[in-house]
Design a protein around this ligand. Structure first.
Ligand SMILES: NC(=O)c1ccc[n+]([C@@H]2O[C@H](COP(=O)([O-])OP(=O)(O)OC[C@H]3O[C@@H](n4cnc5c(N)ncnc54)[C@H](OP(=O)(O)O)[C@@H]3O)[C@@H](O)[C@H]2O)c1
Length: 253
């Protein structure tokens, strides 16, 4: 502990997050988000996360996938960050196998435009044991949808846009108990607004001056959502905060 009472020196940064009981979600599956923000709340620098993420954050970001059945990501983040397959180190993959789970979580991409690189490693890597999910809506272009079906297991959840609640029901029906979203801010904002987020891991990076993009973009008319701080870790100047869904303080209602 340091003077502020935060745990320091992350020997096994994943340990406190593995220990969380995620067996009682509010919805059909437990939904947690893992995001990093600057001190000004910015979610990217030059349209990418890399410069915002410190070394311990990058390590935790990858390790957190160990606890997930599905990693849910918005299409813009896939396009900008160039996602590959969600492979884990051998030991973590083996731990999952020992628990009767597939060695890696499955990627689920949310998109209406279906403007995605179907030849990219996220969809074609030979190490993939199962194809990623592609979560879209009825309004998607039929030709693009046909192409998507070659590369992914398609879930249609919603008419004009993906209905996040419906999408989570469909993922749960396919065996997902824990869904980890890695953003981006638009997708996260929709999950929060719909009351679907159970847990938020927020890394505070010691920087200001990134893009004018907050960690979550609330859709118009979204209600306030309250959170309860459950855990704090610190490594150097980076703070790791773990929140669970809580109540909105009375003076904010
Ligand atoms: N700080 C962090 O932790 C963090 C994490 C992730 C990303 N980022 C950054 O955030 C930026 C991208 O974020 P973003 O908010 O622009 O994008 P995003 O949330 O990753 O993706 C938005 C896209 O997802 C699809 N989508 C989301 N909700 C949908 C719905 N209800 N129905 C249908 N499609 C839906 C749409 O794809 P289509 O356009 O294909 O229809 C939409 O354009 C990048 O700069 C990235 O580096 C930061």
């Amino acid at each position: 502990m340091d003077v502020l009472g935060a745990t320091t020196h992350l020997d096994d940064p994943l340990a406190p997050y593995v220990a969380v009981d995620r067996s009682d979600p509010r919805g059909p599956c437990w939904v947690l988000a893992n995001m990093v923000g600057g001190l000004d709340g910015s979610a990217a620098i030059g349209g990418r996360v890399a410069a915002l993420s410190t070394e311990p954050d990058a390590a935790l970001f990858l390790a957190m996938r160990t606890v997930a059945d599905v990693v849910l990501v918005g299409a813009e983040t896939i396009r900008r960050e160039g996602y590959g397959p969600l492979l884990l180190p051998k030991a973590r993959a083996q731990t999952r196998r020992d628990q009767g789970k597939p060695p890696f979580p499955r990627l689920a991409v949310v998109s209406r435009s279906l403007d995605l690189d179907w030849e990219g490693r996220a969809f074609t890597d030979p190490a993939l044991e199962q194809p990623p999910f592609l979560v879209t809506c009825e309004a998607a272009d039929p030709e693009r949808l046909a192409r998507a079906r070659d590369a992914a297991e398609v879930i249609v959840a919603g008419d004009e846009r993906v209905d996040p609640g419906l999408a989570l029901h469909e993922l749960a029906a396919r065996g997902a108990s824990v869904v980890l979203t890695e953003g981006g801010p638009t997708l996260l904002g929709e999950l929060v607004a719909g009351g679907h987020l159970d847990e938020l891991l927020l890394t505070l990076s010691p920087l200001m001056g990134g893009d004018p993009l907050p960690v979550a973009v609330a859709p118009p008319g979204a209600p306030l959502t309250g959170f309860t701080l459950r855990h704090v870790q610190q490594e150097g100047n980076t703070l790791f905060l773990r929140y669970e869904r809580g109540e909105v303080p009375p003076h904010e209602q």
